[in-house]
Design a protein around this ligand. Structure first.
Ligand SMILES: NC(=O)c1ccc[n+]([C@@H]2O[C@H](COP(=O)([O-])OP(=O)(O)OC[C@H]3O[C@@H](n4cnc5c(N)ncnc54)[C@H](OP(=O)(O)O)[C@@H]3O)[C@@H](O)[C@H]2O)c1
Length: 282
């Protein structure tokens, strides 16, 4: 149970979710940190961006649809003292030059990059592999995994500049155990888990960057609706239900980390409390 999250009065859904939190976060826990959130126009990405901004972070909102990013940015400007930046960008077409310009823009705006949360993703067709359209396969792999590699690679130097940085890869249960008809989406999430483990291993000795993968589990968003059109959305948790975990993953950036989670952890938003009890603390 949290002590006092009244600074979240502007965000009733998060305030409500915070009543179940087992950790307390200071209102300025992420003050002045610069965090890039992809897929920030909708669902978990928009919620993560609004949450981090509500705890003081300057968020860089990357997503495909400009109008959605503008809405999130307007909300943040209206309700927090932070400075959001929007980056409309189709990750399907991401190239080295675009990533380099993004790095320069972040450097110019904040002179730092403390974290990245990779939420952007496409579901793709839900058909057997024998009928899976090759163009759709390429598109899903491009957005869900190749673009993540490109962003991590191109922004690595900026991430490495500060005292600490955190990279979070948003995965899925079908990225940990394959399931029929999940095609490129599942394959891309397996690849994402691999990317996350490799980056965690490569950066562990230095200790400056922490890398995680998170499976949010069934959550009330557009993607979930697309995957399960007949499901009652009200039976699913809001994205705000997972924000304690997304705050904890970034908490080591602040002066007084709430909990230090060892790098490389593969977490599940539904069971992370029990999972972390089994993990030796760093
Ligand atoms: N919701 C669930 O039940 C669930 C379960 C397991 C895992 N996840 C994972 O959680 C993450 C967030 O998903 P969500 O449920 O919040 O989905 P969502 O509401 O559909 O949001 C996905 C976001 O990705 C962006 N995106 C898609 N294609 C893009 C592209 N080509 N370039 C740039 N941005 C692009 C979308 O932007 P536009 O809206 O502008 O197209 C949107 O903001 C994903 O990685 C997903 O795989 C979700």
């Amino acid at each position: 149970m949290t002590e006092n999250m009244s600074h979240l009065d502007h965000y009733p859904e998060l305030l409500d979710a915070s009543s179940a939190w087992t950790h307390d976060f200071l209102p300025d826990a992420l003050k002045d940190k610069a965090i890039l959130v992809t897929g920030a126009g909708d669902g978990l990405g928009a919620t993560t961006a609004k949450t981090y901004a509500s705890f003081g972070a300057n968020v860089i909102l990357l997503g495909k649809t400009r109008s959605k990013l503008e809405q999130v940015s307007d909300w943040i400007t209206q309700h927090t003292q932070t400075s959001p930046v929007i980056v409309p960008c189709d990750l399907e077409r991401l190239d080295e030059d675009t990533v380099s310009k993004l790095g320069d823009a972040i450097d110019g705006a904040f002179s730092r990059l403390d974290g990245i949360v990779h939420h952007a993703s496409r579901l793709g067709p839900r058909v057997p592999l024998e009928h899976y359209p090759p163009e759709a396969w390429q598109q899903v792999m491009q957005i869900n995994v190749n673009a993540v590699f490109m962003l991590n690679r191109g922004l690595f130097e900026l991430l490495h500049r500060g005292p600490k940085a955190v990279v979070v890869h948003t995965s899925s249960s079908v990225g940990r155990k394959g399931r029929a008809y999940w095609g490129a989406y599942a394959a891309s999430k397996f690849a994402l888990e691999g990317l996350s483990q490799i980056l965690a291993d490569e950066t562990e000795a230095n200790g400056q960057i922490q890398v995680f993968s998170v499976n949010p589990g069934a959550t009330r968003t557009a993607m979930r609706r697309e995957a399960y059109p007949l499901e009652d959305p009200l039976s699913l948790p809001l994205p705000e239900a997972h924000m304690e975990l997304f705050l904890l993953l970034m908490s080591s950036l602040g002066d007084s980390p709430v909990l230090t989670i060892p790098t490389g952890q593969q977490l599940d938003a539904r069971t992370w409390q029990q999972d972390l009890q089994r993990v030796p603390q760093a």
